[in-house]
Ligand binder design. Structure first.
Ligand SMILES: [Zn+2]
Ligand SMILES: [Zn+2]
Length: 372
């Protein structure tokens, strides 16, 4: 799929300055944030596009590369289907929701835990029918010893004296006022007298977590499942991020998938191709009979309605399309070769060979026209 132009995604001019880009991004991100679009896949995709565009255009170096080389500049970089990177988004959402909910400047910022990505490989059969998979993720979980607070039992937790609980400090640098994460409390806004020994005051610990993921029927490579709250825990008891499970469907030895349609190649003997007959073809629900009419040519497609994949979104079932391959026999005995020679002699008339006759007529016309 061709990627959209990042400037178009954000709806800004190529000459837009940092402020204009940030403003455009905030507006769009608010509109399309997954918390507001309630699992609508299309809007989620749109949100990801917006995030990706902002990540590039808000970074001077990346923007310069993009202006010069376009999307090719990042092809190896691996945004992949995820593209959820770090702190910048946390910052901007901190700002944003602060603005929306009227938190104002002095309000303490709650930074959600990171979103995580898990790449899950499944077979075509599993993708078609749906399945449940047990996965293990490495994540940060709330520390049980201190219940996420980061403080030893009985220890006092005070407001950070540097930022007075805001988690951020403002600095004057020449004409500019910049805002930074507070260096004393690293954004938590708290000062812990005796940090918890288990988590060293962070409120979270590294942990392997086992999860059971339900994969709906009809998923395809690149589809993402969002498991709300299954991402990393936030610092000091802040809420968890989300886990995105990205689906990869393995190649199948018989079927090739294109959207909701399945394709497979079916070899038949040339006798059957000429005389017609009946064969069994595989489908994902077992074998079905397929009638081959007489005079079937190689490459002919037979469509079996509804034997493809049922879409998760529309509930509409795709088709199974069988492509006939007429097989040339091998390791013939002398007797068999003789029979074929006799057959060939009897096929002198061009009416028996529809493709060859039209092909050679075409060739003759081609050379005749060249001579003119
Ligand atoms: Zn502080
Ligand atoms: Zn702890």
């Amino acid at each position: 799929m061709a990627k959209k132009d990042y400037y178009e995604v954000l709806g800004v001019e190529r000459s837009a300055d940092e402020k204009e880009i940030k403003r455009a991004y905030k507006k769009l991100a608010m509109k399309y944030h997954p918390d507001r679009t309630q699992g609508n896949k299309e809007l989620e995709e749109k949100f990801k596009e917006i995030q990706e565009a902002y990540e590039i255009l808000s970074d001077k170096q990346k923007r310069a590369n993009y202006d010069q080389y376009g999307h090719a500049a990042f092809e190896q970089g691996g945004f992949g289907a995820g593209g959820f990177s770090g702190a910048d988004f946390g910052d901007i959402f901190g700002d944003m929701f602060g603005d929306i909910f009227g938190g104002g400047r002095g309000r303490q910022r709650v930074v959600r835990g990171d979103d995580l990505r898990y790449d899950l490989e499944i077979s075509l059969e599993e993708a078609v029918r749906g399945t449940t998979k047990d996965i293990q993720i490495n994540t940060l979980a709330h520390c049980d010893t201190c219940d996420g607070s980061g403080a030893e039992k009985g220890s006092k937790v005070e407001t950070c004296p540097t930022c007075h609980g805001a988690g951020r400090v403002r600095r004057q640098q020449g004409f500019f006022v910049t805002e930074q994460v507070c260096p004393t409390c690293h954004g938590s806004g708290k000062k812990i007298e005796n940090p918890c020994k288990t988590c060293h005051g962070d409120g979270r610990v590294h942990k392997k977590k086992n999860l059971s993921v339900k994969i709906p029927a009809g998923v395809d490579t690149g589809n993402q499942l969002r498991l709300s709250g299954e991402g990393a825990a936030g610092e000091h008891g802040a809420p968890n991020g989300d886990l995105y499970v990205v689906v990869h469907v393995r190649e199948h030895h018989i079927f090739e998938r294109d959207g909701n349609n399945l394709y497979c190649e079916v070899p038949i003997s040339f006798t059957m191709a000429a005389l017609g007959g009946e064969i069994e073809v595989p489908t994902l629900d077992g074998r079905v009979k397929l009638k081959i009419p007489a005079e079937t040519q190689t490459g002919k497609l037979f469509r079996m309605r509804g034997k493809g994949v049922t879409s998760t979104r529309s509930g509409y079932a795709g088709d199974l399309i069988c492509r006939i391959i007429v097989e040339t026999p091998v390791r013939l005995s002398e007797e068999q070769k003789e029979l074929l020679r006799k057959l060939e002699e009897s096929l002198e008339g061009s009416s028996n060979k529809p493709k060859s006759s039209s092909f050679f007529d075409g060739v003759k016309n081609f050379f005749d026209n060249l001579g003119k």
